[in-house]
Design a protein. Structure first.
Length: 571
């Protein structure tokens, strides 16, 4: 019986690439039990997101209500239009440094414009199907900049953790910030430190003994009660920001000018780059927890619309939040309705509990972010990469230190460049060229004879065989070209076996063409065997074609033609 393999699957359609997961889930016999599970999961995530959204907003240099606007408007759109079943969108710790820098340079108006621009860029990236390319960001780069961001965020919270009063605005650069904090140490407030440590301790206890309970919310509530009951002289949301409003603002377009658009465009590009990495990383984590598969391009499009929607309501950058997404899955979510419900519950909390928010101590929110920094630093992965190899350690440390002391964008770009060079070096080292003379192949040998030659056996000293193994590209072209140029035996025939070389690039093809011309000038007949259709096409484009070379299907055939073309040698 003959087996007929199924035809190759055609390219996915536009609908398959960009249809939201919400559409898919609702057409999978979505039932009342699924809706109830999603509502409960959404409530759980909203309880976790409430203090986080305000804490991230304050650390980013904006008022706490803008963090809630971001989670409500942006989070709803991410779940409604996204390509992941379980993604929870909202403000993320990774954005804190970038948002703070943008606010300091261009104000809230500039931040909102940059957020809209980043949304347009993300949507464009999605429609251009660039979602699959984000996976090429090297792992040491993601670990390095995440750990660097964690250090910077923690440094930004030291002021509120210790209750310090600075003489002027808090500097942005880390070293200047540390100097300003050191100068402010005489203003240390023991009550603020006690509240911060209590908050961290309560969160740690809940994670240890009651991991399913919203420890952060309990810690914040306890800190507010203690501060109010004992009249502690510490800063609160009310004392610094005057509280938060009880409703979402009406959507409004910011003032746009060519000068402002050009000024904030670099920040928008950074927002889009970081947002794409964070959101797709979060979706990938969700896939690993559930066994599902997200649609990366649909996710980028949704993240773009979410950023635009968040900015129209006065919020800032939105991305997939790994911790909240994981909480959503553990809470039993069945689909994107859970993320939409989380946004609705946050809006209800804002309406009902806004008057109480003014009692929340800033030291408690700083304690929450200290825990977030400890979690996001990926300490184990950092240690593993330091021990893994010298190259990975260099990429990791370069990204880490540049993120801390220079700039996040610079850290990512330099880390990516070093990672690419490391990859090229490793790929070049993996390419092998094996030289030898072919063994005599009996007629009854297996038809697949591409592997049937032995460097130790010389059946015919006038024929030289070279096998190229691995991806033959510019990183290895020089070494392979040098090996082919140094053919000591000056053979009458040269066979180059490409059966183990799946790809070749322009540099390698051009190098090979030069080596073959040198061999031809010495009177050597050159045969190329085992080349795939794609490799043969690339070779011929670069001049490696008859009559310069002769293409044969395998070594057996190449040997036969090579021997037939050799002059008779008398005994």
């Amino acid at each position: 019986m003959r087996f007929n393999p199924s035809p190759a699957r055609s390219e996915p359609s536009f609908f398959e690439l960009f249809v939201p997961k919400l559409w898919t889930v609702l057409h999978e016999n979505y039932r009342w039990t699924d809706l109830r599970a999603d509502i409960m999961a959404g409530l759980t995530v909203a309880i976790v997101a409430l203090p986080l959204s305000m804490a991230i907003a304050i650390a980013s240099g904006v008022s706490p209500d803008r963090g809630l606007y971001t989670s409500i408007a942006g989070g709803f759109i991410v779940s409604a239009l996204g390509g992941s079943r379980f993604q929870i969108g909202g403000p993320a710790g990774a954005y804190i440094v970038l948002v703070w820098t943008t606010v300091q340079a261009y104000g809230i108006e500039g931040l909102i414009v940059a957020t809209i621009l980043s949304g347009l860029l993300l949507t464009t990236m999605g429609f251009l199907k660039l979602g699959g390319y984000i996976k090429f960001i090297p792992y040491p780069v993601t670990v390095g900049f995440t750990a660097g961001i964690a250090v910077i965020i923690f440094a930004s919270q030291i002021r509120d953790l210790l209750g310090l009063t600075l003489a002027g605005p808090e500097p942005g650069p880390l070293l200047a910030k540390i100097a300003a904090l050191k100068a402010a140490l005489p203003t240390f407030n023991a009550d603020s430190l006690a509240i911060s440590l209590s908050t961290i301790a309560v969160i740690a206890l809940f994670r240890r003994f009651w991991p399913r309970w919203p420890g952060m919310l309990f810690a914040i509530a306890l800190a507010a009660v203690l501060a109010k009951a004992f009249g502690l002289p510490i800063e609160t949301i009310g004392s610094r920001f005057g509280g938060i409003p009880q409703s979402l603002p009406a959507p409004e377009l910011p003032y746009l000018s060519a000068a402002l658009l050009l000024a904030v465009f670099p920040a928008a590009v950074t927002f889009a780059l970081l947002g794409s990495i964070e959101s797709l990383l979060s979706a990938t984590v969700a896939d690993s927890m559930t066994g599902g598969r997200h649609r990366s391009n649909a996710e980028l499009v949704a993240q773009g619309f979410a950023n635009i929607g968040s900015a129209l309501f006065g919020g800032f950058c939105v991305t997939g939040a790994i911790a909240r997404t994981a909480t959503n899955i553990r809470a039993g979510a069945r689909g994107p309705v859970a993320g939409m419900a989380h946004a609705v519950f946050l809006a209800l909390f804002m309406v009902l509990a806004a008057p109480l928010a003014k009692y929340i101590p800033l030291a408690a929110l700083a304690g929450v972010l200290a825990v977030v920094c400890w979690t996001m630093a990926e300490k184990e992965a950092f240690g593993v990469l330091l021990r893994a190899s010298r190259g990975d350690a260099v990429v990791l440390l370069a990204t880490f230190f540049l993120t801390i002391f220079r700039d996040l964008t610079e850290g990512i770009l330099v880390g990516f460049g070093l990672g690419a060079l490391l990859f090229i070096n490793r790929m070049a080292e993996s390419v092998e060229i094996q030289a030898g003379r072919p063994i005599a192949l009996p007629d009854e040998a297996d038809a697949d004879t591409n592997a049937h030659y032995d460097p130790a056996l010389a059946a015919d000293p006038a024929i030289q065989v070279y096998r190229i193994s691995g991806a033959f590209f510019f990183g290895a072209a020089a070494n392979v070209g040098a090996a082919l140029d140094e053919i000591a035996l000056r053979p009458k025939a040269l066979i180059i076996d490409f059966s183990q070389a799946p790809v070749i690039d322009s540099t390698a093809a051009a190098t090979l063409e030069g080596s073959i011309r040198k061999a031809a000038r010495r009177g050597t007949a050159v045969y190329i065997c085992g080349a795939s259709r794609a490799v043969r096409r690339d070779l011929m484009i670069h001049g490696v074609r008859p009559p310069l070379v002769k293409f044969r299907s395998d070594i057996r055939t190449a040997l036969r033609f090579a021997r037939a073309g050799l002059p008779a040698v008398p005994d």
